[in-house]
Design a protein around this ligand. Sequence first.
Ligand code: PLP
Length: 386
Amino acid sequence: MALKVSRRGGIPPFIVMDVMRAANARAAAGDDVLHLELGQPDSGAPGGVLAAARAALDNDRLGYTEAFGIDPLRQRIAAHYAATQGVAIDPARIAITTGSSGGFVLAFLAAFDAGDRVVLADPGYPGYRNILLALGIEPVCLPTGPETRFQPTPALLDAIDGPIDGLIVASPSNPTGTMLGEAELAALVGYCRDRGIRLISDEIYHGITYERPGVSALRYGDEAVVLNSFSKYFSMTGWRIGWMVLPEDLLRAIECLAQNLFISAPTLSQMAATAAFDCAEELDRNVERYAANRRLLLDTLPAIGLDRLAPADGAFYLYADVTHLTNDSETFCRRMLDETGVAVAPGTDFDHARGAGYIRISFSGTSAAIAQAVERLSGWVPGQGG
Ligand SMILES: Cc1ncc(COP(=O)(O)O)c(C=O)c1O
């Protein structure tokens, strides 16, 4: 007799990870693959982080830490908010997590009950939807487009049928890179406050912006759950370390959940990450590289048929409307990988309703790889039927 397998585990795959597996298989078979599918910095952790990690390995027992993490790191994060956002955050409200992914699990568990309804923008990061689904929380996908920079607005929220318990915003967003301005974010914070909606603000791409700096929801009050991570600007994806800034009413619940689910975030990563805030010079050079890559793509992609691009204010992605080229972005991406060795992500990961007409191009790689990808795609893209 077949054993029971829970419905909660039946969530969709993270398709980018599947694309990465296909791209890696081609590379292992000897093909020269250009990875423009991945949402991770090409650079490793900065030198100061590596030195701190080596010192910790030599000198520390690396046992468990308190569930919310080590004090020096929480204090550095609080100082970071004072310096970048002009807000004073009590380090007691900061929880160190196993990447922002670990933070989402804790935040959703603490803030929502099974059956609650949480709104998120389509297109958006697939993890939100899939984690909510796994926890029995209903994701309410809000279609957004270029007219609102792919971001939710009070008017769009007003048009939703049924109750709303939570709203997730991401600025800059993945996959579009678009941002909420100060007024837009303040309006959403106010909207949620007036209606008792729990706001979750994903600020993981702060620090990687091209037009204006990222604005934190913390500027407009203390009730939002703010998530951030060392994975993007700080270039520490595999160290699995991030943080949350929590409102008072969720502190104890999240502490108890963290103690039981994770005990603590990786101690070595916590100690290393404490040094990350002293590495701005090196990290800002990465951002300069992303900026140059973005410029190159914005200058060259239109001429090769990819001319319908979301205005990427930040992050390291261009989200391209390819409806004039295909109605099946997964096949389109597979063919692109097979025929050019360039891996990009199909939009189906980010938008279940419309993603078959979109692709996401990541420019977090080296400038040489981006230039080579453009060269390979010239002459390939126009007229592809998908
Ligand atoms: C918008 C967004 N949020 C969260 C994450 C999760 O990142 P991590 O768990 O490495 O902090 C990602 C990863 O790509 C992302 O793009």
